[in-house]
Design a protein around this ligand. Structure first.
Ligand code: COA
Length: 294
């Protein structure tokens, strides 16, 4: 049988949605695909979906995305088929043709047998991502910080300082003027009070932002908070500022009746992973990044 790999047509969407939901329904905190969610994602212009067709039937799909974290193969899947591996390889090869720079990655569940299939395609494990979670069942005491440091919430007039400190701490443009307004719109009742800051020498030197985990709460009926971004200016690191602000943010969420909190961090971010584990966060899920240099 001849298998044709081609770009998605609008008429393929219902079949694709079913295939993706069947394939990924067991995955961690799975958010079901819908025609509308895929349509919106495609409209962003950074996602390209490929399908594998046999006898006028969609039997597989791959997606290429050019996003904040780099160029990514978001999924590759073929339903039950004796030639599954070959068709998936064809889909990956076609997706790789979309790559504009010199590398492409995909995220795979740590310990998944799929990792070996990516290695066979020339991909190497390069770091990974943790989803870290903690219960909120009491007010916790704060780790000590230097006596000249004030811990408090962000003030509405400090948006510019917020943007400068976050971007300096991450050494990249992580937030912009307008980000706080966007969070207010996306995640009510978020406001400046949800952003914990440390002030030293009359400047904001460390920040931990908290929000409701809006999407998750809507989908799963939970009361979970979300932390991030979090950062400390380089010269103020190692003084427990981020630890203290994280605990403050967790206590704040607890007082807002949230019963758990989650965030994402890179497995290679030793200071972040160390401080989170010390506070009581556990790894909720672990993805490995598989990367190929083209
Ligand atoms: C992660 C970050 C916020 C930590 O800020 P901080 O104010 O220095 O954090 P703390 O002092 O509260 O805790 C850091 C812990 O990591 C430890 N640490 C720091 N560098 C380390 C390293 N290279 N190896 C091992 N441990 C390290 C510190 O000793 C401290 O642990 P301790 O309290 O047991 O001594 C800061 O490094 C940062 O801004 N990084 C860049 C942005 C970022 O990655 N943000 C987090 C994204 S999830």
């Amino acid at each position: 049988m001849t298998v044709l790999v081609r770009s998605l047509y609008g008429a393929d969407l219902p079949c694709l949605v079913k295939m993706l939901n069947d394939e990924y329904s067991d995955s961690y905190e799975f958010e079901a695909f819908s025609e509308n969610s895929l349509h919106l994602w495609l409209q962003g212009g950074k996602l390209e979906i490929l399908v594998a067709e046999e006898d006028n039937q969609i039997i597989g799909s791959a997606a290429y995305h050019n996003g904040y974290w780099g160029e990514e193969i978001v999924w590759v899947t073929v339903g039950e088929n004796p030639n599954r591996k070959q068709i998936e390889n064809d889909l990956v090869n076609e997706a790789q043709k979309r790559v504009k720079r010199d590398a492409v990655f995909t995220a795979v569940d740590a310990h998944s047998p799929k990792i070996n299939e990516w290695i066979e395609r020339g991909y190497k494990q390069e770091g990974g991502l943790y989803h870290m979670v903690s219960r909120l069942d009491s007010v916790m005491s704060l780790p000590g910080v230097p006596s000249d440091t004030i811990l408090r919430s962000l003030r509405p007039e400090e948006e510019k300082d917020f943007v400068e400190t976050v971007n300096a701490g991450f050494e990249t443009e992580r937030v912009k003027l307008g980000t706080i307004q966007l969070w207010k719109t996306e995640s009510p009742p978020f406001n400046e009070e949800w952003v914990q800051v440390a002030e030293a020498n009359r400047r904001i030197v460390s920040i931990v932002a908290a929000k409701p985990d809006t999407n998750h709460n809507k989908l799963f009926g939970t009361s979970r908070g979300y932390l991030g971004p979090a950062t400390t200016l380089n010269e103020y690191r190692g003084k427990s500022l981020a630890s203290a602000l994280t605990v403050r943010a967790m206590n704040f969420l607890f007082e807002k009746k949230m019963d758990s909190v989650a965030l994402f961090t890179s497995e290679r971010n030793t200071p972040s992973v160390k401080l989170l584990q010390k506070i009581g966060f556990k790894v909720g899920h672990h993805w490995k990044f598989m990367r190929k240099h083209l």
